[in-house]
Write a protein that binds this ligand. Sequence first.
Ligand code: SAH
Ligand code: SF4
Ligand code: F3S
Length: 466
Amino acid sequence: MAEPRKLHIKSYGCQMNVYDAQRMADVLAGEGFVETAQAEDADLVILNTCHIREKASEKVYSELGRLRMARDEAAKDGRRMQIAVAGCVAQAEGEEIVRRAPVVDVVVGPQSYHHLPRLLAEAERTGRALETEFPVEDKFLSLPQPSERNIRARGISAFVTVQEGCDKFCTFCVVPYTRGAEVSRPVSAIITDVERLADHGVREVTLIGQNVNAYHGDGPDGCAWTLGRLLVRLAQIPGIVRLRYSTSHPNDVDDTLIAAHRDLATLMPLVHLPVQSGSNRILAAMNRKHSADDYRRVIDRFRSASPEIAFTSDFIVGFPGETDAEFAATLALVTQIGYAGAYSFKYSPRPGTPAAEMQEMVPTAVMDERLERLQHLIDTQQAAFNRDAIGRTVDVLFERAGRKPGQIVGRTAYLQPAHVFPGDAMTPESLIGQVLPVRVDSLERYSLLGELAIASPARPLAATGA
Ligand code: SAH
Ligand code: SF4
Ligand code: F3S
């Protein structure tokens, strides 16, 4: 048998890219590639790129500079290294990448990576291959199912893409251009994927999409199903003890999603609901199509269905023309909602987006100062949220052995890491994949430290109520 070829994928950006990287590895497994952690050893290196902010995009070119040297080294040993650029920079910049970095063999967009085997062969023959069209066919129909080995190697928590793309066209954002129009996968295909993951040990599934709650895939009854309805169905799959979804948009929160939070014990009470700004004028300039009060009302609907839901969000500071008073409105919104955490970013003008044409750039020093104030407020809220767990008994889904001998690490419903020493009676490995109650004693940075709150080590999954 031929030596397996080695593949190294480096992914940037969002969860969609993490998922896509896994699916590229699945496609290439069929071509005899096995993954390696070192780019230097690889026969094929794929950079799975992100275009969302300038910094993210520019990283690609510095990484390609490093890879050029690694490739030259490999060539000295008589080894050929192929280099591919995938993801959203590939989609947005296409030929520009090859022009700036001739070392690249293949450029492939996020909707075309199922064609990687053909593109690699083409590059082998002709020196270069590029595909950034949005193909008419559905890439999911061509993607192979991951092998049992790959599923198990990826752990007990998995992402499943249920919809892709975005039709919202926020004025600052490249996603509608890099990922294309909003498309939902059929319900039956998602059920098949989740059942297969569950059969091979996955216990937690996060449904992902750029606008996951815009989901409207074809159901087996011929109707378009909402995300809420899909969650109800997936909650019936044996072995799946936790469901999550990300990222949702405030304008697409319907009553079925709210009801799913009320009715499903497996649906985790943590909702990532980006708002970007607390100022109505800025929200309008961003084309968000919701006001700060609309957002507050959506939060209230979630909270009245299930008071324990915690929220996270994304914020942009320094959108063109943002005044001190408008920034203060963002701080006021954050203070009022009270978040379990949030990401905040300085506005970065992206080529081709309407906001990039807007005048009145906010000076960098002002952006820096606003970012620091917002992050400080969010950090304070996050720390208070984490401190609140101390003294409580919380359910933890155990994921892996910890760094210290005898330690095991899992996550709470709110994705807080929890570290436990189960003691001599149990090996950490025997707890992986189980949801067990943990009494939280203390906090170490972002992690909860505690003890298992069970009498018998062999307590079955169902007994925890998870
Ligand atoms: N689909 C999600 C977010 C996708 S991008 C949503 O609609 O909320 C993730 C985050 O990156 C965004 O929520 C936004 O806060 C940030 N972002 C997007 N474009 C940006 C830009 N040009 N500059 C700074 N931050 C940006
Ligand atoms: Fe970008 Fe707005 Fe679409 Fe989110 S909703 S992906 S921010 S355009
Ligand atoms: Fe980045 Fe593309 Fe995701 S731009 S955030 S990798 S959709």
